[in-house]
Design a protein around this ligand. Structure first.
Ligand SMILES: Nc1nc2c(c(=O)[nH]1)N[C@H]1C(S)=C(S)[C@@H](COP(=O)(O)O)O[C@H]1N2
Ligand SMILES: [Mo]
Length: 553
């Protein structure tokens, strides 16, 4: 009989083999058909708004790693348990793995536009995993007449039995390093698997385990390679970006106040926040990419990437903001985008007058619902192909994404966009709407204190308080700061190229010793001042004044 720890180990390795094989096959069929990813995707889709919010604020950019890690830990525990059970009856092991497979299949096959082929990675993984489990358990025992007289393995040896000091090793073809204390005793019935007398052999189990680990690892690595990351990366790097027909307005020299610790005017691509539901980033080949515009239009339009690049390109500086951003949070970034105006493409299709929503869909099925009037009112709403002078990073929507100044990302900024259905808000719903978020999401005016940081200890005397404020497409007209809830004072504002970006601000303050509360609020160009009332991000964006405390000595 195999000890429990060995069963658990065999289960773990068999689970690893199952996942490795599934990943290998998913590399051929499509990375989104890897069952772990599909289960994670379903989890993301079923996550209620407050939990999603909690995940984003707690784990930030790592929310997906934590989710996949969580799924893997649960899988590992169950796999170990299956291994333990399979020692008693191999059928338990097979049944356990099959149950796993069913859950994986449900997740894979309920994905948008799933086909029967998508079942292959899960089925292959479970089949090979089950085989590996049985093979390992079988391998871990030796069936020999000698086993009855001299069973191997210390784990099963009843402690009350004292082995003779000079026991003879059982005569066997294979050396048995795992045999430490052979004993010539009568062994209890627990050692017998049916009529067959089987003894546990640790060495054979461990060599089998090592083999399993190698197979699982190799399959996973090859599967990832096949996943196609390289091909799209290569296509992305070799792209030559056309010159814009309409270049961005020059950024005034005074846009960056050059204060230590302040948010820079432009966010570097690698520092740009990332929020999306994609556990596996869609790999979209620009040569195969198409944008289909249909629905309430006079003439459906289909554009290839080459078609898009031939159209006049507009360059614009736009600050993107996530609705999940807490007051004072980091889920906002400013970039120079290059793309084709959405209005230009939509005019080619001819929008019907009753249309009020653009339901855009990404390559992975995510959708945004964007108001038609916002996109058509003359602002620089783009099908963007580049970000800060380089082709869109894959994480940020390569080859094409939407960017609409003034709207939160969840209702406008579809990455990997492939389809636009011109429709009506009373007929269609986008991804986040049934999940508790507002159908429309204009960005709320916000301001943030970057320096000092909350909790900082400062020296008494003159300190610079600085940060950024945003009110996209309206513009920030004033930023005020107050200390200890006394008089508001006007901060100095940096210059901006237009109303679509955030605006740096700063103010010098003479701080006296003690603990102080610093607050900020912005007023937009329409004269609306940020409200003090605190609201959470759901359903349509957080409100309140960013408030920090500092110690001054
Ligand atoms: N395909 C796709 N596009 C998406 C999302 C998504 O989940 N999937 N999330 C949106 C949200 S909520 C935001 S805030 C922005 C974030 O864009 P970024 O990751 O480039 O910063 O992308 C938007 N576009
Ligand atoms: Mo977002």
């Amino acid at each position: 009989m195999v000890p429990a720890w060995a069963g658990a180990l065999a289960g773990l390795v068999a689970g690893g083999v199952a996942l490795g094989v599934a990943q290998l096959v998913a590399g051929l069929v499509g990375p989104e058909t890897f069952p772990v990813v599909a289960v994670g995707d379903v989890t993301v889709d079923l996550t209620p708004a407050p939990v999603k919010d909690f995940a984003i604020t707690t784990f930030g950019e790592n929310d997906k790693t934590v989710l996949v890690g969580g799924v893997l830990v649960v899988l590992a525990l169950i796999a170990a348990l299956i291994g333990v059970l399979a020692r008693r009856r191999p059928a338990y092991g097979v049944a356990g793995l099959a149950a796993f497979g069913v859950v994986g299949l449900l997740a894979v096959l309920t994905r948008p536009d799933a086909g029967m082929l998508d079942a292959l990675p899960t089925v292959a993984g479970v089949a090979v995993g089950a085989w590996a489990l049985l093979w390992l358990l079988r391998r871990a025992t030796v069936s020999t007449p000698a086993a009855a007289a001299a069973p191997a393995g210390t784990a099963e040896r009843p402690s009350q039995v004292e082995p003779p000091a000079e026991a003879e090793r059982p005569a066997e073809a294979e050396p048995r390093a795992g045999v430490e204390r052979p004993a010539e005793v009568e062994w209890p019935a627990v050692m017998r698997a049916g009529a067959d007398l089987r003894a546990f052999d640790r060495r054979r189990l461990l060599t089998g385990v090592a083999g399993g680990v190698v197979v699982a690892g190799a399959a996973a690595v090859i599967g990832r390679q096949l996943g196609g990351r390289q091909a799209v990366d290569a296509a992305r790097v070799s792209l030559a970006l056309p010159k814009p027909a309409t270049p961005a307005k020059p950024v005034p020299a005074g846009a960056d106040l050059r204060i230590n610790g302040i948010t820079p005017f432009f966010t570097k691509n690698q520092d740009f926040y990332r929020v999306d539901t994609a556990l596996v980033v869609p790999q979209v080949d620009p040569n195969e990419w198409k944008l289909r515009i249909h629905g309430l239009v006079d003439r459906p339009v289909e554009l290839t990437y080459a078609d898009l690049l031939k159209m006049p390109l507009t360059e614009a500086d736009i600050t993107l903001t996530c609705v999940s951003n807490e007051v004072g949070g980091e889920l906002a970034g400013n970039a120079r985008w290059l793309g084709v105006r959405m209005s230009e493409v939509l005019r080619r299709a001819g929008l019907r007058s009753d249309a009020d929503m653009l339901l855009s869909t990404s390559a992975d099925g995510f959708t945004c619902g964007t108001p038609v009037d916002v996109v058509m009112d003359g602002r620089e709403a783009l099908y963007a192909i580049a970000m800060n002078g380089e082709a869109l990073p894959v994480d940020h929507g390569f080859p094409v994404r939407q960017v609409v100044p003034g709207l939160y990302g969840y209702v406008s900024a579809t990455k990997w966009v492939v389809d636009v259905k011109v429709t009506r808000f009373d007929r269609d719903e986008a991804y986040w709407t049934p999940r508790g978020w507002a159908a429309k999401g204009p960005i709320k005016t916000q301001s943030r204190i970057d320096v000092p940081k909350s909790g900082d200890s400062l020296k008494a005397g003159r300190a610079t308080i600085a940060g950024v404020a945003w009110a996209q497409h309206t513009g920030v007209d004033a930023v005020e700061v107050r200390v200890d809830r006394e008089q508001w004072r006007q901060a100095k504002l940096a210059e901006v190229p237009g109303p679509d970006t955030w605006r740096q601000w700063s103010i010098d303050w003479d701080l006296t010793p003690g603990e102080h509360t610093i607050q900020v609020r912005a007023t937009d160009a329409a004269g609306r001042t940020q409200v003090e009332q605190e609201a959470p991000p759901a359903p349509d964006g957080a409100t309140g004044w960013h408030t920090i405390t500092v110690k001054v000595a």
